[in-house]
Write a protein that binds this ligand. Structure first.
Ligand SMILES: Nc1ncnc2c1ncn2[C@@H]1O[C@H](COP(=O)(O)OP(=O)(O)OP(=O)(O)O)[C@@H](O)[C@H]1O
Length: 255
């Protein structure tokens, strides 16, 4: 089933175009979004999370046209979202924070305690469950942010640079978590780490100046790499090749 359908989406700030005609469909599974600083990844994810309204274009989530308030509310119950930066309520404990976010998302009252505990365990913060957020390290705070996004296992989980600040062990654990969640949810994540995508995502996109330069499996991006492209791995070289080759733009629309 198509969970996300984006057609010719445009988005910008005060008249400045940022997302310039993105079309994309997503099913259950993990999808990784790569792109240089300022490409528009966060702007696109914010639109897909319904946190901002697109300037133009169509967005359907779970088959719903989210332009009406009723459909928007229904869709939002199914979306877990970790923004790139987050105004954390510093005095909330990890448990209170995750419970609160689950409540905002209208996770049924009777499920909240279990959903929050399970999510906290999945990010290995059970030892800090009663710790106020202000006392957490940056990486732990990021994990608390991931926990609130996955609590109750929403159908669409949008994670904007989730691995920022995670130590190598936690990054590996995170990849295991994404692989597991992606079995029945759509996990859409942005990252600057190509290995996050290589090891977790069946499909990926490369965004550059607000347009998708590539959409497809990581192996296909890797296969594009030219010998002279910069990068230490074939996927990094494929990424660099996609950024430098405007002709690949057409591929995005074709998938
Ligand atoms: N709230 C805002 N108001 C005005 N311009 C913004 C705002 N947020 C982002 N922009 C601009 O939109 C463009 C895309 O930014 P965005 O954060 O979406 O890119 P990104 O690909 O996520 O970048 P990064 O990898 O650095 O996080 C940039 O030029 C940025 O300056």
């Amino acid at each position: 089933m198509l969970l996300v359908e984006v057609n010719d989406l445009h988005q910008g700030y005060r008249g400045k175009p940022v997302i310039q005609g993105v079309s994309l469909t997503l099913e259950a599974g993990a999808f990784g979004l790569l792109g240089p600083n300022g490409a528009g990844k966060s702007t696109l994810l914010r639109s897909l999370a319904t946190a901002s309204r697109p300037t133009s274009g169509a967005l359907r989530l779970f088959g719903r046209d989210v332009r009406t308030l009723k459909e928007l509310r229904a869709a939002r119950r199914e979306i877990g979202y970790l923004p790139q930066s987050f105004a954390y309520p510093a005095d909330f404990t990890v448990t209170d924070f995750v419970r609160h976010c689950a409540w905002l998302r209208e996770v049924p009252r009777s499920d909240i305690t279990k959903a929050a505990a399970e999510a906290i365990e999945r990010v290995e913060l059970q030892g800090q469950a009663s710790t106020p957020l202000r006392k957490l390290s940056g990486g732990m705070l990021r994990r608390a942010g991931i926990a609130q996004a996955i609590a109750g296992r929403p159908t669409l989980i949008i994670l904007d640079e989730p691995t920022t600040g995670l130590d190598p062990h936690q990054r590996v654990r995170f990849r295991e978590l994404v692989r597991d969640l992606a079995q029945d949810s759509c996990v859409l994540l942005s990252t600057h780490l190509v290995e996050d995508v290589a090891h977790t995502c069946a499909r990926m996109g490369v965004l550059y100046e607000g347009t998708l330069r590539f959409v497809g499996p990581p192996a296909e991006l890797q296969a594009l790499s030219t010998a002279d492209a910069p990068g230490d791995t074939p996927l990094e070289r494929g990424y660099a090749t996609a950024l430098g080759a405007p002709s690949l733009q057409d591929r995005a629309g074709a998938k």
